[in-house]
Write a protein that binds this ligand. Structure first.
Ligand code: USQ
Length: 394
């Protein structure tokens, strides 16, 4: 199939492009380069050095004999996006091209606005481009499990049958996300579902959990193919951060009690889920949702696992939670769609965390320890929440 990967320079977009290319699909990538710009803005870098997109693509051509064309395009440029689709005429578009950090979106007003504008308007432009060029193109969109939040009922796969006052309907599962970033994905899901209903588009929304790991079968073939590995408190995700903290002899930073539970998935399963979704498209008019996780753990369990596996052990500290999130909650997520298509998960207990520790050891010289501690607060600053002082004289 002909597949265009949007956000093909990112942590997951790049390995996905390679995985699909390796499986015989004709792959092109599109990226605006904004993710590397966030590094510059925040003054941090991927733990593992990464090559430019051009060097990566040249290395893949050398290793595999296949050249992946690159489009330097921003989804906010609606005409350019439509032009790329019109020139390429892909069977499927895999959409990772969004600002994906919850803390980044909570930095301040400007970052919340940037996140929602970039993500929601970019996706809207893409929907219009698909509608104009060929409504048969299958949109495979990266959503997030965080769209659901942590309701006190089981989380179904995107849809819920609701009975109310003697009547019943199948509705999108109610959403209660925990950041302006997660909200941007909720808005996307609603826009995409509407486009499927109104324009007969076909889409798969993949509500993915927290990804861990670094290598895939393809990126491991040459160090020039490495994907990024974030450890900082803004873009680093929990398990990857804990492995870096353990190797550096820094405490593992559990936010709050650590009883908050999240769905997780190995990066090797992420790329496989995308392949399965692409090769088994949704029907015309269908808004198909898969919950993309393989296991669930509390944050404290993840910290215990890393501390217990790391040769020198590790200290675990509980910081005041900078986020607003439920501490103890019900968490049972239905995930049957991807296993039904053939997903064979890699489980965390069988994963050699040792290989992640080795990876970190090779690059400890690149770590900026000051980037490890969380600085972004979900709550309003004290001056904004305090009752306004009475003006003098009244
Ligand atoms: N956490 C800690 N200590 C840390 C870092 C995180 O206790 O040092 C906790 C957080 O409070 C949270 C959990 O670990 O409860 C997960 O945090 P995270 O930073 O690993 O992941 P999150 O902010 O939820 O976002 C990540 C990706 C995002 C994706 C999401 C999937 O950055 O793109 O959508 O995982 S999900 O969590 O299912 O919404």
């Amino acid at each position: 199939m002909k597949v265009l990967v949007l956000g093909g320079d990112g942590y997951l977009g790049w390995p996905t492009a390679l995985h699909l290319s390796d499986r015989g699909h004709e792959v092109a990538v599109l990226d605006s380069g904004v993710r590397r710009g966030y590094d510059v803005e925040l003054g941090v870098e991927s733990l593992v050095p990464i090559r430019s997109l051009e060097e990566r693509v040249a290395a893949w051509a050398e290793v595999s004999g296949t050249r992946i064309p690159v489009h330097h395009t921003d989804l906010l440029d609606a005409d350019a996006v439509q032009q790329v689709l019109a020139d390429l005429r892909p069977d499927a578009v895999v959409h990772y091209a969004e600002q994906r950090s919850a803390p980044y979106s909570m930095l301040d007003r400007a970052h919340a606005v940037h996140t929602q504008h970039n993500n929601v308007i970019g996706t809207l432009n893409l929907l219009y481009a698909i509608g104009a060029v060929d409504p048969d193109i299958h949109l495979v969109k990266l959503g997030t499990l965080g769209e659901y939040g942590t309701p006190d009922i089981d989380i179904e796969e995107g849809w819920l049958t609701v009975e109310h006052n003697g009547r019943s309907d199948r509705m999108l599962f109610p959403k209660r996300p925990g950041s302006f970033y997660h909200l941007s994905k909720v808005h996307d899901s609603h826009n995409i579902e509407f486009a499927c209903r109104a324009w007969d588009l076909r889409a798969t929304d993949l509500n993915q959990g927290v990804v861990y790991g670094h290598h895939t079968e393809q990126t491991a073939r040459d160090e020039r193919l490495a994907t990024r590995f974030d450890y900082d408190a803004v873009f680093g995700t929990v398990l990857n951060r804990f492995t870096v903290q353990a190797v550096l002899g820094e405490p593992l930073t559990v936010y709050g009690s650590g009883r908050q539970t999240r769905g997780v998935i190995d990066i090797r399963d992420t790329v496989e889920c995308i392949r399965l979704a692409v090769e088994n498209p949704a029907d015309r008019g269908e808004f198909r949702v898969f919950n993309q996780l393989t296991e669930s753990f509390s944050v404290a369990e993840l910290a215990r696992l890393v501390a217990g596996t790391h040769p020198g052990g590790a200290e675990v500290v509980h910081l005041d939670n900078p986020r607003v999130e439920a501490d103890e909650h019900h968490y049972r997520v239905v995930s049957t769609g991807l296993p039904a298509l053939g997903l064979q998960p890699h489980l965390l207990a069988d994963t050699l965390l040792d290989s992640l520790f080795d990876l970190v050891r090779r690059h400890t010289g690149r770590v900026d320890r000051s980037a490890l501690l969380p600085t972004v607060q979900w709550r309003l600053p004290a001056h904004a929440t305090a009752p306004a002082a009475e003006p003098p004289g009244l």
